[in-house]
Design a protein around this ligand. Structure first.
Ligand code: CTP
Ligand code: MG
Length: 230
């Protein structure tokens, strides 16, 4: 049973500061979006894709989508709104509330097939669901708001939250609707599920599954793709 895929791609890439959203920038001869969709398709060729796009997007070209069954979804103001729009569309199509949904940032083109498969199998076997994550390597400081250290966080037990994040359709939709009603800002799916009192599973993933965010991340991603291919 192929999972549903949601790829939020309705951001405008403010921190990248380019002349177009970062998912349309060139990376190893293609766009960031092309790489991300290819990686997902290589592991889940039968999956149904919801691609969240800014309704004002003028860069998108449908040829980039390798999936046979896919739907363009109007993105919302925040990432969580874009994902919720996709979940509402899926819920109307899919009778099974237990259907598995994987959410993956368009800005993570370096995710490997191995990590995608491991994430899928782990969340499929889990009662709550979970996310790819990588242990924090640096010592973590909290600032005092004035450029000085207020405290040192305990590094042991801290993880970077990556994507994909995978949950059952009904649970994820309820979690994101609760979060919206409560006006809580969410930067990932897991935090909405956590707010319901549940504990998503941490599935160890590769540290090179970076989210392209700042200008120097493009060159880094190009090196990562080259290293993965060799
Ligand atoms: N995203 C989305 N809808 C939004 C905002 C973000 O679908 N309203 C998507 C982005 O396209 C990206 C992912 O969520 O794939 C992670 O967001 P982020 O890295 O913050 O991307 P941007 O919002 O585009 O970048 P920035 O915050 O620098 O503007
Ligand atoms: Mg953003």
């Amino acid at each position: 049973q192929a999972p549903w895929l949601i790829v939020p791609a309705a951001g405008s890439g403010l921190r990248m500061g380019a002349n177009r959203p970062k998912q349309y920038l060139r990376l190893a001869g293609r766009t960031v979006m092309w790489h991300t969709l290819q990686r997902l398709h290589s592991v889940f060729p039968e999956a149904r894709l919801c691609l969240c796009l800014d309704p004002r997007d003028s860069c998108f070209e449908p040829d980039v989508v390798p999936f046979a069954r896919w739907q363009r979804i109007a993105g919302g103001g925040e990432r969580a709104d874009s994902v919720l729009h996709a979940l509402e569309w899926i819920a109307a199509e899919e009778g099974d509330e237990q259907a598995l949904v994987l959410v993956h940032d368009v800005a993570r083109p370096c995710v490997t097939a191995e990590d995608l498969m491991r994430l899928h199998d782990a969340v499929d076997a889990d009662a709550v669901g979970g996310l790819l994550a990588a242990p924090v390597a640096d010592t973590m400081k909290r600032d005092d708001g004035a450029g000085r250290v207020a405290s040192t966080e305990q590094r042991a037990g801290l993880w970077h939250a990556l994507t994909p994040q995978g949950f059952r359709l009904g649970l994820l939709r309820d979690a994101l609707m609760d979060a919206r009603r409560a006006g809580r800002g969410m930067t990932d799916e897991a935090s909405a599920v956590e707010a319901m009192g549940l504990s998503p599973r941490l599935i160890p993933g590769r540290r090179d599954n970076i989210k392209i965010t700042h200008p120097d991340d493009l060159a880094l991603a190009e090196q990562i793709l080259a290293a993965q291919a060799s």
